[in-house]
Design a protein around this ligand. Structure first.
Ligand code: GTP
Ligand code: MG
Length: 456
């Protein structure tokens, strides 16, 4: 419901009519920022056009055709005209359109990152938006190759991806390489293709009376066909910026030669503030809305009931805590299960170890028993051996004794005349064999004290 307000007359000059002046003065002292994104294939004339537009020489660095991927290269400059300071950022999409797989994704990401940085600053408790360097892209100059045919599918795809994120102004680069009649047809073709594919390019605003007419006319000239050059050539008695060819001169600022003046007029002199506003109110707003919705914030709840940020925050907080608790419980359960599993495994291992220990113990006892048995056997063998040794020694002693009592008989039992051994000499021989046998036995016993069988 709209509130009724009474209109009152002032009795005299109060002074709030100076508000616009205050605004201007504040803005001037604060300075402005403007960010241009140049998208177009390598060597299409982006840097030359920027130099021509701002009538200066910016740092330039030629890009190679062998970049691994599309890379965004921002460069910021401080410019001053009268007492107005402009922080100008020119962002080059280096490597765009050179080879396959060089798509628009890095460009989209770059634009989103600038929005995200701004959003993060806005969401801070202690914001410093006043002196924040706004890097959001205010305009994208899309450089179309002057083929005279039609747009490339890469152009259509890229512009389609960018149109909801940035103000696109399409321009036909190096327009001096295309004839006047071809250019007319080319422009129509481009606009038809953009329209057919639903690509929304930036339209110069016609809602402000002061610029409505000129903007409407300029909208009909899109895409601008431009020529860039910082070289000065003498035409008549004036030095003009132009491109000189063996067959003639193309003057950059001559409207019958190209649309450079139109572009400069629309981009810098008439609609620069609108481009900044559109960026903030349309493109950034869209990004911010999506981002906040993603975070779970809403303006209205079910049945279109308004819902405050505080309520949404509380609901989300509760949901988050619930989820956290659930996760915590899950993790706790998981931990308990894991501990149980490990405990079971350990018990199993312990059992195994115990069994192994028991087996080893049994084996050891068995071995010990066998060794004991062996020892006992050896002891017995030793005793038996000693007993036999003693017996042999006794027999040996007896044998020696017998041998010492027989010397006479040995003489008597010498050979008879025929050399035959008589009965009397058989006995000493018999004793001698005996002696040898005993010695042999003794040797065996000494060499093989445990060989009971062999000895026997
Ligand atoms: P990279 O930054 O390396 O991608 O190149 P760029 O797109 O910035 O192109 P740059 O401005 O360096 O120009 C490349 C060549 O094109 C130079 O030789 C320029 O003189 C020439 N050139 C620039 N603008 C025009 C133009 O409007 N017409 C013609 N015919 N040549 C131009
Ligand atoms: Mg360049």
């Amino acid at each position: 419901m709209k509130e009724e307000m009474r209109l009152l007359d002032l009795g005299g000059h109060v002074g709030f009519d100076s508000l616009p002046d205050q605004l201007v003065s504040k803005s001037v002292s604060q300075g402005f920022s403007f960010n241009i994104l140049c998208v177009g294939e390598t060597g299409i004339g982006k840097s030359t056009l920027m130099n021509t537009l701002f009538n200066t020489i910016f740092e330039t660095e030629e890009s190679g055709h062998y970049e691994a991927c599309v890379r965004l290269r921002p460069r910021t400059y401080d410019l001053q005209e009268s007492n107005v300071h402009l922080k100008l950022t020119i962002v080059d999409a280096v490597g765009f359109g050179d080879q396959i797989n060089k798509d628009e994704r890095p460009i989209v990401d770059y634009i989103d990152t600038q929005f995200e940085n701004y959003l993060q600053e806005e969401l801070k408790i202690q914001r410093s938006l006043f002196d924040y360097h706004d890097t959001r892209i205010h305009v994208c100059l899309y450089f179309i190759t002057p083929t005279g045919h039609s747009l490339k599918s890469l152009d259509l795809v890229t512009m389609k991806k960018l149109d909801s994120k940035v103000n696109i102004i399409p321009i036909i680069a190096k327009a001096d390489t295309i004839s006047k009649s071809e250019l007319h047809k080319f422009k129509n073709k481009i606009m038809n293709e953009l329209d057919k594919n639903g690509v929304q390019i930036y339209q110069f605003p016609t809602d402000d009376e002061a610029v409505a007419e000129i903007n409407a006319v300029m909208n009909a000239h899109l895409p601008f066909a431009v020529v860039g050059s910082t070289d000065e050539v003498k035409v008549g008695n004036k030095l003009v910026r132009a491109r000189q060819y063996p067959w003639g001169i193309v003057q950059v600022e001559n409207e019958s030669h190209c649309d450079f003046v139109k572009l400069r007029e629309m981009l810098i002199r008439v609609n620069m503030e609108d481009l900044r506003e559109q960026t903030h109110n349309r493109h950034y707003e869209l990004y911010r809305r999506h981002k906040l919705e993603e975070m779970g914030f809403q303006d209205t709840a079910a049945e279109s009931k308004p819902i405050s940020l505080q309520e949404t925050y509380e609901t989300r907080r509760k949901e988050f805590l619930c989820e956290l608790q659930k996760k915590e419980e899950e993790m706790r359960q998981m931990f308990v299960n894991k501990v149980k599993e490990t405990e079971l495994e350990l018990k199993e291992k312990e059992k195994e170890l115990h069994e192994r220990f028991e087996t080893l113990k049994r084996t050891h006892q068995e071995e010990k028993r066998k060794v004991e048995e062996k020892r006992r056997q050896l002891e017995e063998e030793k005793i038996a051996f000693n007993r036999r040794k003693a017996a042999v020694e006794t027999m040996q002693a007896q044998a020696l004794q017998v041998t010492s009592q027989q010397p006479l008989r040995r003489d008597k039992d010498k050979k008879n005349s025929k050399g035959m051994i008589t009965k009397s000499n058989v006995e000493p021989l018999k004793y001698s064999s005996w002696w040898q046998a005993i010695q042999c036995c003794c040797n065996c016993l000494v060499k093989n004290p445990t060989g009971q069988e062999r000895f026997l």
